[in-house]
Design a protein around this ligand. Sequence first.
Ligand code: 2M8
Length: 411
Amino acid sequence: MTTTIDLHKQARDILKMNDRGGYTIPTKGLYPYQWNWDSAFAALGFAQFNIDRAWQELDTLFTAQWDDGMVPHIVFHKSDPGYYPGPDVWGGIGPLPSSGITQPPIAATMARLIFEKDKTAGEAHIRALFPKMRAWHQWFMQWRLDQGAVCVTHPWEAGRDNTPEWDGPMERIDPIGVGEYERRDTKHVDGSMRPTKFDYDRYIWLVQMGKRLNWDQQQLLEENPFRVADPTMTFTLLRAQRDLLALGVELGLDVNGLDVEIATLEKGAASLWNNNIQSYDARDTKTGEWANCVSNASFLCWYAGIDSAGQSEQLQRVLDKVQFGVPSHDPESPKFDGRRYWRGPTWAVMNLLIGLGLEEMKHPLALRLRQATRALIEQNGFAEYFDPQDGTPAGGQAFTWTAAVWLSWAG
Ligand code: 2M8
């Protein structure tokens, strides 16, 4: 029988194995580069046994920050033909080869958690990172707001690539001229666990548009048909801004304007409440239409410091429907697909964020979620994601963020 001690060792070994020297890849083969939010989770994992390595992970991520403040979602430190689309397709305009979009801003929150573990080791890093994190958050505030909620401009930005929330806006895109391209993801894992060709044509078409516009945010604002106000981005940014404010106050840094930005985001979060389904939801800003989806991002409200009786009822319902919550999409929806990526599977990282929020609010379901995540990993290993009904591991294996969740929270 595998013991907790063995699993801790396995998790540490996964982080070390995926370490490429200063940054960590999500998993060998499928994702050979540094991903933004994966790295922030990796840092939290490293902090449980090597605090310097944790800070190095975040420091490296911010070396890829663009002049306008954006921190890209992939940093291509070293070219690898095993992943598509690579640096040439993206044509990122930052100091290092990178993609042209961002990902959920969880770095400030992870930085604060790591700082809390060892303030002496962390202070210099926080002082150096603070203005960079501030600039990134301000970039969101400048370019991405809709009624105070934060928008994504590509399905990959929310990190929940093929969630049913994007189905409506994706259907409105005609990927004309996308041309021939060769997918690499389905060479590493079974295609039934990945997004479809319909999705990929549109992912690549959006990348081509961004590159053609040289990632100019003003032009993208005018031309990009995909602009969805998203609970992932809104809740993670709101939380990150609160953490930045707390860190700034503690270290006597310039926090001017942060309180106003937080108030704006609180309004934005409230604007994502969809009364029809009694849940936080994504809103297509081009049509004003709701996605009408209860997703795992809907449950990030507590992480953002927002309690919600309605969302609690949804959580209870969803957890009662599957063995290993929180599923990425409502298990009672006809669009639910327990093995297909962000259309049903459970993701340990989302459980961690949701769970942290629930624990901070002393929510009665907090312990249940942590125990379910623990059992999921104990029984099924460190997969990228899992079928929420029976725990079947899916996607990539020996996955950095699942190992990090084990070390920092579930294990
Ligand atoms: C997945 O996304 C990438 C594109 O960014 C992909 O499928 O190629 C998502 O699960 C995303 O949230 C994650 O950061 C990334 C690496 O683990 O993989």
